[in-house]
Ligand binder design. Structure first.
Ligand code: PLP
Length: 407
C-alpha cells in the first residue's frame, strides 16, 4: 500500500499543539504562576437551559418504543430543524428555503468535506491569514492554492484581483474561493459592497465561493451582511457554512449547517448541467448518516424566541469581553482590528516583535497566552489573535497585566 503523501507535506507542528507544548514547559518551570489563556477559540459559558431541556426530552423520547428513532431518512437533517434555520435566516431578512439547508456535526466537517465534490485540478483561493482548515483540506488532495493578501493596507479584507493571482510563473484565476466573515483570525467583516465585488468576480470567472459565516451572530452593525445571501446573485455562486458552536456554545455538542442553493449549478465536461446540491447529497448519502436526534432537537431550541433570548446572553457576555480587550488596546495605542462585530481581536505585536517572539515574551513575562498570527499565514507574522470567549475575570485580569507590562 501507499499512503496519501500529500499528508506528509502538511505543516507538521499544528499551531495549537506547539502552543500547548510551550505552555506546558512554562508551567513546569513556574508551577505557582496563573496562566490566562486567551488563545484557543473555545467557549466558556454553559449551554442555555432551554437547549439542555430539549436534549433531555429527546433522550426520553428515544427510551420509549412509540417515539424511538433510528436512522434519519435523508441524513440532511430533520425537517423541524431545517425549517427552524430557514426561519432564522428570515429573521434578518434573508430568504433561504429549508430544502437548501443541510444539518451537520459542525462547520469544520463540511469545510473539509465539501472539497470532495470538486475536481482536484481546481485552483483554490484563500485569503491570507485564514482559518487553517481551508488550506489543509485542499493540500490533502494535492490542490494548488493561491493567496489573496489580507493586510493592514486593506483593513484585512482582501478584495479580488482583476489581473488574477500568481501561480509559479503564470497568472491564474481561482475556481474555488474561500471567504470568512466575520473573519477568523482577524475579526474583519466584509461590507455588502465588498462581498458584491467577490460575487461579481466569481460570476465572471465561473468560480464558486465557500462562505464561512461561523461568527455571523456576533455582527452588531445592521448594515453589515450576516449571510452572503443578503446580496443579489449570491445563490448562483455561493455555498454558506454556519455553526452553532460559538452562537450557542455547541463546541462540545456539535451541530452546524451548510446552505447549497438549488440555483448553484455548473456544466460537466459532457455538457450536462450539474446541480452542486445533488452532488453533495450523493456524497453525503454514501459517507454521512446525519446528526443525532437529541442534538438536532437541542439545535431547534436555539432558534425558538426563548432560545434566541437565552443564547444572546452568552453572546453579550463575550461581546463585553471583546469591548474590554479593544478598550485596552486603544488605550495602549496598539493597532488592532475586530472586537466590535467579532469575538476575535487581531493586534499588531508591540515592541516590533514577530508573533512567535511576542508569544514567548508575553507568556514568560505576564503569563498570558494568545495565538501567534504566523499560524494563520504569512500576513500574520507580526500580528496576534486574542479571543473574547474567556471568563470575564480572566479577561479583565489579562488586560490589567497587559496594560502595566506594555506601559
Ligand atoms: N469556521 C471557522 C472560521 C472557525 O473558526 C471554526 C472553529 O473554530 C469553524 C469553522 C468550525 O467550527 P465547528 O466545527 O465547531 O462548527
Amino acid at each position: 500500500m501507499k499512503v496519501n503523501e500529500n499528508y506528509l507535506k502538511l505543516e507538521k507542528n499544528y499551531l495549537f499543539i506547539r502552543i500547548a507544548e510551550k505552555i506546558k514547559a512554562f508551567q513546569a518551570q513556574n508551577p505557582d504562576k496563573k496562566i490566562i489563556r486567551m488563545g484557543i477559540g473555545d467557549v466558556t459559558q454553559p449551554l442555555a437551559p432551554i437547549v439542555v431541556e430539549a436534549m433531555k426530552k429527546a433522550a426520553d423520547e428515544l427510551a420509549v418504543k412509540e417515539t424511538f428513532r433510528g436512522y434519519e431518512d435523508s441524513g440532511a437533517g430533520y425537517d423541524f430543524l431545517r425549517q427552524a434555520v430557514s426561519d432564522y435566516y428570515k429573521s434578518f431578512g434573508t430568504d433561504v428555503p429549508a430544502s437548501d439547508i443541510r444539518i451537520n456535526d459542525g462547520a469544520k466537517s463540511d469545510c473539509g468535506n465539501l472539497v470532495d465534490i470538486f475536481d482536484d485540478s481546481n485552483i483554490i483561493l484563500i485569503t491570507d491569514p485564514a482559518y487553517p482548515v481551508y488550506v489543509d483540506s485542499n493540500l490533502m488532495n494535492g490542490r494548488q492554492i493561491v493567496y489573496a493578501d489580507s493586510s493592514e493596507e486593506n483593513g484585512f479584507s482582501a478584495l479580488p484581483s482583476p489581473d488574477g493571482y500568481e501561480l509559479g510563473r503564470k497568472k491564474v484565476f481561482p475556481d474555488i474561493i474561500y471567504l470568512c466573515s466575520p473573519n477568523n483570525p482577524t475579526g474583519a467583516v466584509y461590507t455588502k459592497a465588498q462581498l458584491a465585488e467577490w460575487i461579481a468576480y466569481a460570476k465572471a470567472h465561473d468560480a464558486v465561493i465557500l462562505f464561512d459565516a461561523a461568527y455571523e451572530a456576533f455582527i452588531k452593525d445592521e448594515n453589515l451582511p450576516r449571510s452572503i445571501y443578503q446580496l443579489e446573485g449570491a445563490k448562483e455562486v455561493a455555498i454558506e457554512l454556519c455553526s452553532l458552536s460559538k452562537t450557542a456554545g455547541f463546541t462540545g455538542v456539535r451541530c452546524g449547517y451548510t446552505v447549497i442553493p438549488a440555483e448553484l449549478k455548473t456544466i460537466a465536461s459532457d455538457g450536462t448541467e450539474v446541480s452542486l446540491a445533488q452532488l453533495w447529497n450523493r456524497r453525503e448519502g454514501s459517507k454521512f448518516n446525519g446528526v443525532s436526534y437529541p442534538v438536532q432537537r437541542a439545535a431547534e431550541a436555539v432558534f425558538t424566541p426563548e432560545g434566541q433570548k437565552q443564547v444572546r446572553e452568552s453572546i453579550l457576555y463575550y461581546q463585553e469581553n471583546a469591548r474590554i480587550i479593544s478598550e485596552t488596546l486603544t488605550e495602549l495605542h496598539i493597532p488592532f482590528t475586530g472586537g466590535i462585530n467579532s469575538p476575535y481581536i487581531w493586534f499588531k505585536c508591540p515592541f516590533g516583535l514577530d508573533s512567535w517572539s511576542f508569544f514567548d515574551k508575553m507568556l514568560h513575562e505576564i503569563a498570558v497566552v494568545g495565538t501567534p498570527g504566523a499560524g494563520f499565514g504569512k500576513n500574520g507574522v507580526n500580528w496576534f489573535r486574542l479571543t473574547a470567549f474567556g471568563d470575564r475575570n480572566d479577561t479583565t485580569e489579562a488586560m490589567q497585566r497587559l496594560k502595566s507590562w506594555v506601559k
